[in-house]
Write a protein that binds this ligand. Sequence first.
Ligand code: ADE
Length: 225
Amino acid sequence: MQLDVVTLFPDWFDWFRSQRHVANALARGLDLRTHALRDHTPLSGGQVDDTPFGGGAGMVLRVDVMDAALRAIYGTDPTDLRHQRRVIALTPGGRMLDDGYVDELAAEPAVTLLCGRYEGFDERIVQHFASDTLSVGRYVLSGGELAAMVVADAVIRKLPGALGHAGSAVEESFSPALGGNPEYPHYTRPADFRGWRVPEILLSGHHEEIRTWRRARSQERGGTP
Ligand code: ADE
């Protein structure tokens, strides 16, 4: 999978890249690229944003700057790009990220994440260049970079080989295997700590009963008993 991030702060992703599971995915063929918006601006002084028409606080990322950046990166008119790959504008009002959306993205060969800053994007970027908008929650971050890392992390753990244990991404919270419910509780040693005992069933070795118990706890947590 090729995962591109267009950002004002490419350095932020150096730390992300160095994390074990990301490094594993990179070694197995994930192509994670960051592109500095400022490197491609046609405006003087590295300008990328401007004051909003109609007034108001904050600055807005300019459509001509995003056009120039996407043209330089992909060598194509950015209005065509969204027919070739998913181009996702990260914005608090976008489509909410959930496990199904992550699965959709993990199945894509190529995804581009556009990080907003300040007051966000000139709406024409969203209208003409993006295939999707995506929100990581109904709160406002100071930019799309952390949201991009959330998306990348959630997608990467679904890629083959990213996790040490292949089964760990299958039966996890919100997965179809658990009917979209949160995961069941986990316990490890010691089996008794300060009198807080691990449920006996988990120590029984009865795999079928353990499976049934786990499904029931997962359903309880999801409110669908
Ligand atoms: N940019 C700023 N806040 C965001 C959010 N909540 N989700 C996605 N992108 C954002």
